[in-house]
Design a protein around this ligand. Structure first.
Ligand SMILES: *Cc1c(COP(=O)(O)O)cnc(C)c1O
Length: 425
């Protein structure tokens, strides 16, 4: 537990004075149990250390960016080498072309790439490209799906005005009828259909994409001339070495990438098919740091590891062991724990836990045993994890379930989450 005299407490107090709300976005104060550290000192492989020196096996992987583990030697060596040569220069280096060639070689729907910094840059650029391509306005996207923190898509719309959200119709993910209704409502103004690779919303069970939904989205775009966008920012390269809907036999026109693209270094990308090339060339998109060379050097190494190693098979197997082991231990302790989504991006929710008091208690007990899990957001496995790590997580879970059982009758409700989860449930 972060004690009263801890370095973390001290930093929180100082942050409260100089950072609005003490912290913002997905790091906002109060989204996690009180004993979770807010500040960290370092990361290596599958582990992170908080500012008080406590070490955790990290199932958040920086909310996705760590795919091969923190401070991965080959990736970071390439980054540091390029930093010495030049990073933010007057123009890009040859690495930009090499990286675009690498990505279009790996992602079957993609013929071109535009690089940017954050996932939000890529999703917003996808929308702009689709509008430029079709000369129409309306986007259809799924309720509750996260596409970034720009006014057009942010989940907490304080400070957002109606016109920021104009020309959007929300449907229900995996619900073909609601997708068709949304497209019908868009009429002759449909510019794009956005889709997550699978349903990975916060606070609710995750769901695999229904193949009929994916196919219908493709057909509706073909019929109307709109562009199909798959937002791979979170799931990219954790499900397959291609765009994840290629597993369903559905190719989008555009896909947005970020998070693990350079294994934690700041880089994102919009990939597109030839069909949208002219539109992509016609829009004005840029940023002071979009041509940075060092993250591109890191990305080239990351992609090489994606192509040349069995990381995907290993994290999938480890995720399977974690899921089976947790299931067994939850049952033995008398809990009904729902584990949803792909094994490499698990989400844990307890039955009969509407205000997440069980989830918060379980997560705190895991943290106390050196394992960092999340009570309502999907987690991530990384290739630095080992079977011994999974065994350690399962041992921790056994203790955490026992502690939860002892405390369950007296747990206080978690009410500060209400404002965030209201829309989701
Ligand atoms: C994180 C995320 C984004 C936004 O990426 P940022 O780098 O945080 O701007 C967009 N889409 C999905 C699916 C994400 O998970």
């Amino acid at each position: 537990m972060a004690g009263a005299n801890s370095r973390d407490r001290e930093l929180r107090e100082r942050a409260a004075a100089v950072i609005p709300g003490g912290m913002y976005g997905h790091q906002s104060v109060g989204l996690l149990p009180d004993d979770y550290p807010q500040f960290f000192e370092r990361g290596e492989g599958a582990h992170i250390w908080d500012v008080d020196g406590r070490r955790y096996l990290d199932f958040m992987c920086a909310y996705g960016p760590s795919l091969f583990g923190y401070a991965q030697p080959e990736i970071d060596a390439a980054y540091v080498r390029q930093l010495g040569l030049g990073d933010t220069l007057t123009g890009p280096t040859a690495l930009m072309v090499e990286l675009a060639e690498a990505l279009t070689g790996m992602v079957s729907h993609a013929d071109w790439a535009i690089f940017c910094k954050n996932g939000t840059d890529a999703t917003t650029m996808a929308l702009t490209t689709a509008r430029a391509h079709t000369r129409r306005r309306t986007v259809v996207r799924a309720k509750g799906a996260y596409h970034g923190a720009a006014p057009w898509c942010v989940t907490r719309p304080t400070g957002v005005i109606e016109s920021d959200r104009a020309h959007q119709i929300l449907c229900d993910y995996n619900d073909v009828a609601s997708l068709e209704a949304a497209v019908a409502e868009a009429g002759d103004d449909l510019a794009a259909i956005f889709a997550a690779p699978f349903k990975h919303d916060a606070f609710v069970d995750q769901a695999e994409p229904d193949i009929a939904y994916a196919r219908r989205a493709r057909e509706l775009c073909d019929r109307t001339g709109a562009l199909l966008v798959v937002d791979e920012v979170r799931a990219g390269f954790r499900l397959t070495r291609d765009c994840s809907w290629s597993r369903l036999g559905v190719q989008p026109d555009l896909s947005s990438w970020g998070k693990c693209l350079a294994n934690g270094h700041p880089l994102s990308a919009l990939l597109g098919a030839d069909k949208a090339r002219k539109a992509a060339a016609s829009i004005y998109v840029t940023g002071s740091f979009w041509y940075q060379a060092a993250p591109m050097a890191a990305a080239l190494q990351t992609l090489r590891l994606v192509r040349e190693t069995d990381y995907l098979e290993r994290i999938t197997a480890l995720g399977g062991e974690l899921r089976a082991g947790l299931d067994e231990r939850a049952k033995a302790a008398g809990f009904s724990l729902r584990q949803s989504g792909p094994e490499v991006m698990p989400l844990f929710l307890f039955d009969d836990d509407p205000d997440l008091r069980k989830g918060f208690c379980f997560s705190s007990e895991m943290l106390a045993r050196g394992v960092y899990v999340h009570p309502w957001h999907n987690m991530f496995l990384c290739a630095a994890m080992t079977e011994a790590d999974i065994a350690a997580a399962l041992d921790a879970a056994e203790g955490a379930f026992a502690a939860l059982k002892r405390q369950a009758p007296e747990l206080a409700p978690v009410d500060k989450l209400a404002f965030l989860s209201a829309g989701a449930r």
